[in-house]
Design a protein around this ligand. Structure first.
Ligand SMILES: C[S@@+](CC[C@H](N)C(=O)[O-])C[C@H]1O[C@@H](n2cnc3c(N)ncnc32)[C@H](O)[C@@H]1O
Length: 268
């Protein structure tokens, strides 16, 4: 199977870069993403003089907002994409309480117990070893500090345009292109294993009836062609699915939804 947005986030600086950047920027402007992110920021229990870490910070949109809202708190973002970090630094425009570091989530470039709280958002799903990344987040966080994670569970991914079978096949192929498709449901047990206690969870449900929005986020035009190339349906079926989806979208009856699990807790 060739790449799509689902597999592309494992290594951002390749040929899909522009598409991935557009996808992140697009999502960050949607009301749903703003709302669940705000909820997850509150779960960090940010206070003045603290240091807050965002692992896999992408283009830095969360931290740029937080650094502006909490001027007396320091923020650090780590990501393994040089291109995303270059954009983050440019957009941050030298905010004094914000810095970005190139690094791998599996080996965070920070010393033990050096931050007060750490978050990761829609990124463990793409990483080789989510438990190792969570263990790193716990290592660099002070005892009694906050760990907040937000990840989708791709078994909750639903597509519908009036037709069942091909909609399910297309959703299924996208799910399989995600490295850790069940990470949403795994968060609480992985965090508990890593020594994060007093766990609390919230489920945030995204939905849209706009095919264009779903295409930017889930790469549907490409994924339906990948289904045809993989022999899961004919190219005619794939093209018909797209045409039906367009019609449904015009009538507001297209449906795409996905749950994002937010789990927060405190280090021992
Ligand atoms: C879907 S984006 C989410 C970005 C950001 N958290 C947000 O909510 O906008 C996934 C991010 O994970 C980063 N990433 C993937 N694997 C990584 C790794 N091993 N170490 C650090 N960052 C990684 C990618 O570069 C990308 O920025």
């Amino acid at each position: 199977m060739t790449g799509n947005i689902g597999s592309g986030f494992r290594s951002v600086d390749g040929e899909l870069f522009s598409k991935l950047l557009h996808c992140l920027d697009f999502m960050n402007e949607l009301a749903f993403f703003k709302a669940y992110k705000s909820h997850s920021w509150r779960s960090l229990l940010i206070a003045p003089e603290q240091v807050i870490l965002d692992v896999a910070c992408g283009t830095g949109s969360d931290l740029i907002h937080l650094a502006e809202a909490y001027r007396n708190t320091n923020f650090v973002g780590v990501d393994n994409s040089e291109k995303f970090l270059a954009i983050a630094r440019e957009r941050a425009a030298c905010a004094a309480n914000l810095k970005f570091m190139l690094g791998d989530g599996h080996r965070l470039p920070l010393v033990d117990h050096s931050v007060d709280a750490a978050r990761i958002d829609r990124s463990l799903q793409h990483m080789e070893n989510p438990e190792a990344v969570l263990a790193e987040m716990v290592r660099v966080t002070k005892r009694g500090g906050r760990i907040v994670t937000c990840e989708p569970d791709w078994e909750t991914f639903v597509l519908f345009n009036g037709e069942f079978d091909d909609s399910s096949k297309i959703a299924g192929l996208f799910k399989r292109s995600i490295r850790n498709p069940f990470i949403g449901r795994e968060l609480a047990s992985l965090m508990n294993e890593c020594g994060v206690k007093h766990l609390d969870a919230h489920v945030h449900t995204f939905w849209t009836n706009k095919l264009n929005d779903a295409d930017v986020i889930f790469d549907l035009n490409k994924v339906k062609d990948q289904c045809a190339a993989a022999g899961m349906m004919t190219q005619d079926d794939a093209d018909t699915w797209w045409a039906l989806s367009k019609q449904a979208s015009e009538r507001d009856t297209f449906f795409a939804s996905l749950c994002i699990m937010e789990v927060s807790g405190t280090t021992e």
